[in-house]
Design a protein around this ligand. Sequence first.
Ligand SMILES: NC(=O)c1ccc[n+]([C@@H]2O[C@H](COP(=O)([O-])OP(=O)(O)OC[C@H]3O[C@@H](n4cnc5c(N)ncnc54)[C@H](O)[C@@H]3O)[C@@H](O)[C@H]2O)c1
Length: 255
Amino acid sequence: MVAHDFEGKVALVTAGASGIGAATALGFASAGAAVLIADINEEDGSAFVEQLRNAGHRAAFFGGDVTLEEDVEAMVAAAVKTFGGLDCAANIVGGMDGGDFPGNYVVESTVEQWDGTIVANLRATWLSLKHEITYMLDHGGGSIVNISSLAAYLGRSDASVAYAVAKAGIIQLTKTTASLYGAQGVRVNAVAPGLTATEGVKASLTPEQQIPRGHVIPRMVEPSEIADAILWLCSDGSAMVTGQTMPVDGGWSAR
Ligand SMILES: NC(=O)c1ccc[n+]([C@@H]2O[C@H](COP(=O)([O-])OP(=O)(O)OC[C@H]3O[C@@H](n4cnc5c(N)ncnc54)[C@H](O)[C@@H]3O)[C@@H](O)[C@H]2O)c1
């Protein structure tokens, strides 16, 4: 990971118990931030927090479902109560839900699959923004990063149609939110990962599929490489960057 300095800052990471979220939480903690890890998976989340604390980092766990407004409100309150504020947030929860699956397109999708995936990505990200920004507006601003996907840019990706549409929606949500609150000190950006080597993704692919055909650089993205982009977008180094979505996709979107 690239070195950053988040000493004295408080960061909130949703989906922080595994994959890209865990890499991001580790990145913030290693850079000196106090980190609230929010995840629906209490067992993995608590174990990861213990690991971080044993390594000398400041970390706490919040168990909740970020598609539910009461949980999101409580999550932001927990960051403030535990660590005294909220400076940065990485809204990483997303994926396919409601029985939706990769390669599920327009004709085949059901209402349950469509709604499940739209809620898992768009409602979760909007609710997180709503409550993070409500706090930040009254406390000197902050910097937030959402997670889109390379699927948002492709006419036909290997993801489901609902996932591609939801991740494209996150690009717009990022622009709109950045435009609304930038003057009040809140920056909002997004990262659009290419195929990223989380445990779940690796387990679902054959060795041949693990060299993504779309990436110009012929390997998967490491979760720590997505975390690097998120940390930079949260840092003062990107002070004049807002409303942007940064692809970290081995050049796929450049093709
Ligand atoms: N891995 C990839 O190749 C890839 C590519 C593009 C975009 N993304 C996006 O990156 C994000 C993270 O993906 P990942 O591969 O690291 O996932 P992952 O499956 O490794 O981790 C997801 C985490 O989110 C938690 N979670 C799920 N729903 C939740 C909810 N409603 N509330 C709280 N926690 C919840 C899970 O318990 C899990 O710990 C997702 O938004 C995904 O769409 C991933």
